[in-house]
Write a protein that binds this ligand. Sequence first.
Ligand SMILES: *Cc1c(COP(=O)(O)O)cnc(C)c1O
Length: 394
Amino acid sequence: MNYKNPDENGYYGEFGGAFIPEMLYPNVEELQKNYLEIIESEDFQDEYQDLLKNYVGRATPLYFAKNLSNKYKTQIYLKREDLNHTGAHKINNALGQVLLAKRLGKNRIIAETGAGQHGVATATACALLGLECIVYMGEIDIQRQAPNVARMKMLGAEVVAATSGSKTLKDAVNEALRDWINNPVTTHYVIGSVVGPHPFPDLVARFQSIISKEIKEQLKEKTGRENPDYVIACVGGGSNAAGTFYHFVEEKEVKIIAAEAGGLGVDSGKSAATTFLGTLGVLHGSKSLLMQTEDGQVIEPHSISAGLDYPGIGPFHAHLFKQKRAEFFSINDDEALKCAFELTRLEGIIPALESSHALAILDKKKFNENDVVVICLSGRGDKDMETYLKEIRS
Ligand SMILES: *Cc1c(COP(=O)(O)O)cnc(C)c1O
């Protein structure tokens, strides 16, 4: 079975596809027809790889965390996506898509963002490559994420408030889709995770797959073998996890573990653990698992980390879950917080709250002493200092 890529209609098993209003067909079809040829061309790869190296700062280190390894009595390597320019893996995708948009002849970029991290990455890529950038954001999120709003504005992006519904991410998605329908010729919609209609999940996974490509090369150099025993990543929509798993999903000896946000607990009514709580449905243009009521209303998710606070999961991951190719754990807010402080004290690295969910797997699963365990440290903790400060004071 092929886990890595969808079929020609964008399906990973029963998940995926493109469920979109008819007025979006031209935009999505243009992408479906062209994305592979463009991003696999030598010309594109030359420019993209050069920017990843000299602008983003890749390859990111694969760091053997000695102190953490001693504590958990296993061999732990951290893939340091936190060291990327703008502080997380999201720039890998944002740069790739903005480059792709240029080659499609677009001069205007739209995006939507919840916590603001994807908005900042997209605004950064647009500043660098000289494209107009409009970021839709829920009115409530604009208030909650003031520093990232300031960054986007400083980078030259226009931040537009979504004022309908719950005034959060899903309303921003609706505004972005409306914009795209109205501006099909000039505009590309940069989706920030492995979600959305085909070809977005595959497109984003390919841009993030650099993570596992580097892990293979770096692990070979450090240990003599390119496959670890385990790869672990947190899953919101699933882009850092897709990148971390990509080159390992067909390697049977590599075990794959995904960490979802349990929030206050899977049964608390305040959770974002999609594979535990989700059922089959259509969200943001693709068929996947999502948290919904019996009559199909999306349930508001909750997580302490804004980046995991999403009611769905990409079709790539839904398929890995259904086929039992990956093992899913749900990590609660307090468990993630504890691991953020633990990594900081043991290794001098302040992780993002999202990434701390992946670290918390170390408490959930027993590893052998000689196991090579690679954890994706998807981002740095600067953006989460307010939450960490509250914890220090309490
Ligand atoms: C956005 C974000 C995530 C969650 O998004 P995925 O698409 O699931 O990777 C995880 N970690 C960090 C640091 C983020 O900014």
